[in-house]
Write a protein that binds this ligand. Structure first.
Ligand SMILES: Nc1ncnc2c1ncn2[C@@H]1O[C@H](COP(=O)(O)OP(=O)(O)OP(=O)(O)O)[C@@H](O)[C@H]1O
Ligand SMILES: [Mg+2]
Length: 142
């Protein structure tokens, strides 16, 4: 199934979390979501909504040093942030291919470096764009 939700405009953090919760309703094991948007756009906030909807209520932070955060919920959610690691060999060293092999659902911030190993058939792109103050335009894109 090709996923497409018209999220629309978020007017604050909580609304972005709600959009993440909305996505959580239609995700399936193996899905990969590439999150596009500038620094501080709200990518991590959106992922917080997804994991909250699946029953995880702990802290959701950026995988700044770990590079990969895993949430052992059902289905398992993997949050990857490539911003600080642009060396593909380092990702291979971390076993990045294994994440795509299993039935997790993967969210990737700054995904460009991993583009060649992301499975095309089950990957989607979500763009978050700041349109001033606390306003964000959130949508699926091609
Ligand atoms: N409508 C909104 N939705 C999400 N975040 C918002 C919104 N309005 C303001 N913000 C602020 O924008 C920031 C979003 O931070 P977040 O870590 O989610 O962004 P990010 O895209 O993951 O950034 P990075 O690329 O640095 O990882 C927070 O400081 C939050 O308070
Ligand atoms: Mg982030």
């Amino acid at each position: 199934m090709k996923k497409d939700i018209d999220f629309g405009i978020s007017y604050g953090i909580n609304e972005t979390i709600q959009f993440g919760k909305k996505l959580a309703k239609i995700i399936e094991p193996g899905d990969v979501f590439k999150l596009e948007g500038d620094l501080g756009a709200g990518k991590t906030t959106f992922i917080k909504g997804v994991v909250n909807a699946l029953g995880y209520n702990g802290i959701v932070s950026s995988p700044t040093y770990t590079l990969i955060n895993e949430y052992n919920i059902n289905p398992k959610i993997v949050h990857i942030d490539c911003y600080r690691e642009q060396n593909i060999d380092r990702w291979f060293f971390l076993g990045i291919n294994d994440y795509f092999d299993d039935n997790s659902i993967i969210f990737i911030e700054w995904p460009e470096i991993l583009e060649s190993i992301i499975p095309i058939n089950k990957s989607y792109k979500i763009r978050i764009k700041s349109i001033g103050n606390n306003k964000r335009d959130i949508r699926f894109s091609l």
